[in-house]
Design a protein around this ligand. Structure first.
Ligand SMILES: *Cc1c(COP(=O)(O)O)cnc(C)c1O
Length: 358
């Protein structure tokens, strides 16, 4: 039996989108590939609210996160982490021999724009990474305030992980001045896992050209050059065409059927419902001022076994997420992203109430 997914990615994919994954293949060097690539990238530019070049990568989002920090740090990276995915960005820097410092907030807290200012004011850093929406704790950072700070330092390349938020909330990439903005297909974009996308500014591209050891497969200069060359929207290696067909379908739906504003409003409505439910029966784990519109991390105030709860939910065809890493059993997570509905939210909460006898 398929379990309905309330985990923060991969998400359930609409049948129309799943069906597109079985579209017959085309030559990745032909005209049809250019048309497909162009359509997907143009639609993604609308979602990202950017005029920057959009690149696709046949890796999950982590691939482009690694590419960003490896290719665009010439001097030293300042990694602001508020949880597991911020920590991962730092690990990528270390694993690639990229000089970096990690600034870690406590779990459940947001990045403090003042701390970003203090770090960048030292002049030590030429790249900064921010997790827009930290999926381990359910916090959405005050990106506007952080962006205002970063704008004071024109030599700093501004990289933002929007893996679990792009498509679920408005992120005006150009207005915020984000140079390298990354997302994955399997979260708010409502597609299967296996592909990611990023907007790359001219500044990020020019910086990368000055960095000697960028690797090859995820060298952002190679990818960028190939995408823009002769307006062909092609890639150095063969991209997952299946994902591109699926993305095209979902992006068309987002832009032309549902509408982005409606999509964002739906995410918020679901978030508010889950938060209210969490406050009634448990408690919200994270700082209430910065709660994520795409998932909620709930504090296990009743000392239940989250693993057992999930086993019983499985019998009802439902799956939620345990806490991430050290937060396992101390918290659990319910996602409200991509194409979930209010009915889904009522389904999951009433199922939990029933299992726990609340
Ligand atoms: C899921 C997630 C990632 C990792 O993305 P993959 O596509 O699994 O590589 C990174 N950052 C955040 C915030 C995420 O939610």
């Amino acid at each position: 039996m398929h379990k309905k997914l309330f985990i923060p990615g991969p998400v359930d994919v609409r049948p129309e989108v799943l069906a597109k994954m079985s579209t017959p293949m085309i030559s990745h060097r032909g005209k049809a590939a250019t048309e497909l690539g162009k359509d997907v990238c143009t639609k993604l530019q609308k979602v990202f609210q950017t005029n920057n070049v959009i690149v696709l990568s046949t890796t999950s989002g982590s691939g482009l996160m690694e590419s960003a920090i490896k290719c665009c740090t010439a001097k030293r990276a300042a990694v602001f982490s508020i949880g597991a995915f911020g920590d991962r960005w730092y690990k990528m820097a270390v694993a690639n021999g990229v000089p970096a410092d990690k600034f870690r907030a406590e779990d459940g807290q947001a990045t403090d724009p003042k701390q970003v200012d203090e770090a960048l004011a030292t002049g030590k850093y030429d790249l900064v990474t921010i997790t827009h929406n930290e999926t381990s704790v359910g916090i959405m950072n005050p990106i506007k305030e952080i962006a205002e700070v970063v704008k004071k330092y024109p030599d700093v390349v501004f990289c933002v992980d929007t893996v679990s938020s792009m498509g679920g909330t408005s992120i005006p990439v150009d207005e915020l001045g984000i140079d390298f903005c990354i997302t994955s297909t399997q979260k708010c974009l409502g597609c299967p896992p296996g592909m990611s996308a990023a907007s790359v500014s001219k500044k990020a591209y020019e910086r990368a050209k000055t960095v000697p050891n960028r690797g090859l497969y995820l060298d952002i200069v190679e990818i960028y050059d190939k995408v823009v060359k002769d307006d062909k929207y092609q890639y150095p290696s063969t991209p997952s065409e299946s994902h591109m067909f699926a993305l095209q379908e979902e992006l068309t739906y987002m832009l032309e059927v549902e509408g982005l504003e409606n999509r964002y409003a739906r995410h918020l409505e679901m978030a508010e419902y889950i938060r209210a439910w969490a406050r009634k029966y448990f408690a919200i784990f994270s700082d209430e001022r910065y709660l994520s519109p795409t998932l909620t991390t709930i504090k296990n105030t009743r000392g239940i076994s989250v693993a057992d709860l999930n086993k019983k939910l499985a019998e009802k065809g439902i799956e939620i997420s345990n806490g991430y890493g050290d937060l396992k059993e101390k918290t659990f997570r319910i996602s409200h992203m991509a194409d979930m509905t209010m009915d889904d939210m009522k389904l999951v909460t009433s199922a939990i109430e029933e299992v726990l006898g609340l």
